[in-house]
Ligand binder design. Structure first.
Ligand code: SF4
Ligand code: SF4
Length: 430
């Protein structure tokens, strides 16, 4: 199966009801509520969640991360990755079938609206085969108009996570963000209107990882061939084709495990209806390829251990996370200057970032200098979550200096908080 090998066969997925479809509806509503509502929420004066790229800030439910929090952000990313590995090893492609944004939009909006406007599977197939009429064109136009509005709405919501919902939806987002909305709207429209299951089969990077992350004990949807075959008569399968008609991936689950299956369980619900009428047990259901469900196995133990290590490292990094951080560097191009009064002068730039929302005034002193040294620095007052750079001048009588390089510490203090930054004082030495 492939774009290059064969022409695409359009998938006309039939509607289906059942237990798993109700689960789809519940999880889909919950996830969309999270997607749409979160950008409008605030914690204090800041958005609850926002990835503010121009300001280089990540707001996450009251916590504010800046580029100096790289270690924390990397650990968070690793934790999410290992969690995904563990989830996939145990539950297979359950994410694809129930929580993937594309699946949610297709299940909750695209397929129901398509069926409402163009009719059920058989009607759609017949109309698409027939010649163009005013009715057919009108229905297509209505459907694609809806997909366009839907794509625009989702693109605006997605970009709201970056620009801020109140800014973006009130026309204050700027050309860059609205350009991104337009770009994502077009991509989204093409995906919903045309690409659909091909994205899962050919482009999705997570789908490509399944082969590596899953094994014979991972959850899959499978057909009970032992009871079902041979079809129509002897085995339990009556060959009604319902499980194939509802499949959004266009596959026949009776042909065995296929990589294209996203474990959405539409075929499970379809066969359940058929088997219920016959008073028999469903032929299609969740199982594993091995038939066993060993959750504790080498790969799940390894992923859990990695999750534990990363989790502990994150908590430790958070516990030692300072209210401020920064660095001291020498003023560009300077080493030391011999002043007319016989003192040696070093000039530095102190760059400090506050992670606290409250403003603080920091006193600056330099430890490790000989007696009589002068420290000249402007008062360092930082508003909440501000980054500031201040010049720092240190002067020492030349007679006091015995070494060319003297290690010193620039110490910033505000209340109980202290930040010590290592530096060196340079001179001709003694
Ligand atoms: S085979 Fe069944 S579970 Fe797999 S994608 Fe098709 S309908 Fe969903
Ligand atoms: S829905 Fe069940 S009975 Fe019908 S073809 Fe599929 S497996 Fe066979």
């Amino acid at each position: 199966m492939g774009i290059i090998e064969t022409a695409r066969t359009w998938v006309y997925s039939a509607s289906v009801r059942g237990t798993f479809q109700r689960l789809h509806r519940a999880s889909g509503l919950f996830l969309q509520a999270v997607l749409f509502v979160t950008p409008w929420l605030a914690v204090g004066e800041h958005p609850a969640v926002q990835i503010d790229v121009p300001a280089r800030r990540l707001y996450a439910f009251g916590a504010i991360f800046t580029p100096t929090d790289t270690v924390l952000l990397v650990l968070m990313g690793l934790f999410a990755a290992f969690f995904l590995f563990l989830f996939t090893a145990v539950y297979g492609r359950l994410w694809c079938g129930f929580a993937c944004p594309q699946t949610v939009v297709l299940e909750e909006w695209v397929r129901p609206v398509e069926a409402y406007i163009e009719g059920e599977r058989g009607v759609r197939m017949a109309r698409d085969k027939g010649r163009w009429t005013l009715d057919k064109a009108g229905r297509k136009l209505l459907k694609f108009t809806f997909f366009g509005v839907l794509s625009g709405g989702f693109a605006m919501t997605f970009v709201s996570w970056f620009a801020g919902a109140t800014v973006l939806w009130t026309g204050r987002g700027g050309v860059g963000y609205y350009g991104l909305v337009a770009f994502l709207s077009v991509l989204s429209f093409l995906d919903l209107a045309w690409f659909r299951e091909q994205f899962c089969n050919y482009l999705c990077p997570y789908a490509r990882l399944q082969g590596v992350l899953c094994d014979d004990h991972s959850l899959v949807v499978a057909y009970d061939a032992a009871r079902g075959e041979p079809r129509s008569g002897v085995g339990a399968c009556i060959d009604c084709n319902k499980c194939v008609a509802v499949c959004p991936q266009g596959i026949d689950i009776r042909n065995g495990f296929q990589l294209e299956c996203i474990t959405c369980a539409r075929c499970v619900d379809a066969c359940q209806i058929v088997m219920d009428k016959r008073g028999q047990v469903n032929l299609v259901g969740y199982t594993t390829q091995s038939g066993r469900r060993d959750v504790v196995r080498p790969r799940t133990v390894a992923y859990t251990a990695l999750l534990g290590v990363v989790g502990i490292a994150f908590v430790a990094a958070l516990a030692t996370h300072d209210e401020i951080d920064g660095n001291v560097r020498r003023s560009p191009g300077s080493t030391y200057t011999l002043d007319a009064d016989g003192w040696v002068r070093n000039t530095y730039l102190v760059r400090v970032t506050s992670h606290d929302e409250e403003p603080h005034t920091w006193s600056v002193k330099v430890d490790g200098l000989p007696g009589g040294a002068q420290v000249i620095v402007a008062q360092l007052t930082l508003a909440g979550e501000e980054t500031a750079t201040v010049p720092l001048v240190v002067r020492v009588p030349a007679a006091e200096l015995v070494a060319r390089s003297l290690p010193v510490d620039v110490v910033l203090t505000s209340g109980d908080d202290t930040l010590s930054l290592a530096a060196t004082f340079l001179s001709e030495g003694g």
